[in-house]
Design a protein around this ligand. Structure first.
Ligand code: FAD
Ligand code: FES
Length: 529
């Protein structure tokens, strides 16, 4: 295939720390200038394709503006989840101050990271990963990235290879027809890298002394190192009628398929719960043309996580799109003849419903776990900063209770990106490295035109400072505990959130007083670090 050499710009057109997208010879590339010189890489994020130019470049690290994936500007290497592939890199030549880039005829933007070939003779160990979700998939890849050549066996209760769970309540539920979910990797990928995925292989017991698991139809499997990444077990609403047809929970691909299929034949949906799953499902079903009512004991959606004013903004946007709310209210019973027909509320009101989606949270899926330290209340697995529960046993993702990035307090967080990052760190430690998990958590949600990003973690904020305008859907909300910024949410301020995420990662966030006193230019603040 031919390579074309094209001139792009003058060296002086870019400052150190600047990146810009160019279209040359009908192809899009991103030029980034760092202390090491000018590099040319693919311009779109390997997660969902965000334009990286709109993100932040700091100390050679590019932060994606949408969901916080990070890449090396010099090499295109994927540094941090979500996304899992590197950015393509193109040779750069500088002659007489002009930047020339060598471009192939066809550009493949995203490149699988280098993975070592398995060699079961050279390495006779067996590493087992339980679960087939975000943490598990990343861990399997990271084991091979970190030169582990032994067996990798993934046991998942689902009958599918890992897929993008976050889309189930958003794009998937908004689709025209019931289709396939987005796989994270193709079946060929796992085969090629000798990652054995056993589907419909639910683990039923764990013997940590004997280093053995039981799964499926009483099969047993020994391990040299084990990663537990079984995620959340969805809660069903404890009322009469929850077993009726067309009453759904939403955690797995099959759930989303069943919900979408029912939605195509329904007129009225009741959503129980105003958390992220409930509200995203409400938005998606409304966009499918259904009449949607959200019933929740909360006075304001998301009040506990995002605060009253941000929560009210979400409520208003839902209402302006036609979603109805019954707040400070509970469902007493679901009724119907085989299939749900009504939801009876504690106030006595009766809502008719062709379908019901329950989104009242999950509990760690650790029923089979014995012999490890677990949290008394929710049975999550207690791990140290290396994500280790016991020598050779690690836990990651929704089931892990790990030291908080600032306070060190045992914390459990249900985010996609965090699960992936923990999967990667656990894998590094399984192969004998000593890598601490220190990442700052990040999550996102999308409901109608609201795209919220949230960096950090605060369960007990005592003050919220809002900069910008809620009305214009362009603001940052700072969640403070004892005058320290523990978390920041934002809508319409992706660039700022990317800069803030770097400041938080570097533990360089300004104190609360500075935020209260003035509107901070976050890019300048980051540049000064
Ligand atoms: C519909 C939906 C939308 C979401 N949207 C977002 C979002 O926008 N942003 C965000 O940050 N987070 C989002 N989340 C949360 C995010 O998906 C989770 O935090 C993340 O998937 C956790 O990853 P995990 O690897 O810990 O577990 P999971 O991804 O849940 O994977 C766990 C796996 O373990 C398997 N398993 C369970 N028990 C067993 C067993 N005994 N034996 C074998 N296998 C078992 C399960 O079947 C599953 O395959 C969403 C979640 C859902 C359900
Ligand atoms: S599109 Fe870049 S992190 Fe999602």
């Amino acid at each position: 295939m031919g390579v074309q050499r094209v001139s792009v710009c003058q060296v002086g057109d870019l400052e150190v720390g600047e990146m810009r997208q160019f279209t040359v010879a009908d192809k899009e590339i991103l030029l980034a200038k760092t202390e090491n010189g000018v590099s040319a890489i693919a311009p779109h994020c390997s997660h969902y394709g965000a334009p990286l130019e709109k993100g932040v470049l700091h100390n050679g690290r590019i932060v994606c503006p949408w969901h916080n994936a990070c890449f090396s500007a010099d090499t295109g290497k994927h540094l941090s989840a979500p996304g899992r592939n590197n950015l393509a890199k193109f040779p750069v030549h500088i002659e007489a101050n002009t930047v020339y880039v060598e471009l192939p005829e066809e550009i493949t933007e995203h490149v699988t990271p280098e993975l070592v070939e398995a060699d079961f003779e050279a390495d006779k160990r067996t590493f087992v990963i339980v679960g087939g979700g975000a943490a598990s998939d990343m861990a399997a890849q990271a084991l091979r990235q970190n030169n582990y050549q032994g067996k990798i066996i993934v046991l998942t209760a689902e009958n599918a290879i890992p897929y993008d769970r976050t889309k189930l309540s958003k794009a998937y539920l908004q689709a025209d027809e019931v289709g396939e979910v987005s796989q994270l990797r193709s079946a060929d990928f796992y085969k090629q890298h000798n990652i054995e995925i056993k589907t419909s292989a639910k683990v039923t017991s764990l013997d940590v002394e004997a280093k053995q698991l039981t799964f499926g139809e009483n099969e047993t499997l020994g391990y040299d190192a084990l990663l537990l990444a079984t995620g959340g077990a969805v809660k069903q609403v404890p009322v009469d009628g929850s077993e009726l047809d067309n009453v759904f929970t939403l955690r797995k691909a099959e759930d989303a398929k069943a919900i979408l299929k029912a939605a195509k034949q329904s007129k009225k949906a009741v959503i129980i719960g105003s958390g992220f799953i409930g509200m995203e499902a409400a938005a998606s079903l409304k966009q499918q043309g259904l009449e949607v009512t959200v019933v929740s004991p909360d006075k304001v959606p998301f009040e506990k996580v995002l605060g009253e004013s941000v929560g009210k903004l979400f409520q208003q946007v839902h209402e302006s799109n036609g979603v109805e709310f019954k707040l400070d209210e509970k469902v007493k019973a679901l009724k119907g003849n085989g299939k749900v027909e009504t939801a009876e509320l504690e106030s006595g009101e009766i809502l008719s419903a062709d379908m019901v989606v329950v989104g009242i949270g999950v509990k760690p899926a650790t029923d089979f776990v014995e012999g490890l330290l677990m949290d008394e209340k929710d049975c999550s697995i207690l791990v140290n900063q290396y994500l280790q529960a016991k020598p050779d046993v690690y836990a990651a993702g929704d089931i892990a209770r790990f030291p908080h990035f600032i306070t060190g307090q045992p914390t459990r967080i249900e985010h996609w990106q965090l699960a992936m990052q923990q999967g990667r760190i656990a894998a590094c430690n399984m192969v004998g490295q000593q890598v601490m998990f220190e990442a700052v958590p990040f999550f996102w949600t999308g409901q109608f035109d609201l795209k919220l990003r949230y960096i950090g973690h605060s369960e007990n904020y005592d003050d919220i400072v809002i900069q910008g305008s809620l009305e214009d859907k362009s603001f940052l909300a700072f969640y403070l505990e004892d005058q320290q910024v523990m978390a920041v949410s934002g809508i319409g301020r992706d660039h700022d959130i990317a800069a803030i995420s770097e400041l938080m990662r570097l533990r360089k966030m300004p104190e609360a007083n500075a935020i209260k006193d003035r509107d901070i230019d976050w890019l300048e603040e980051l540049k000064a670090v």
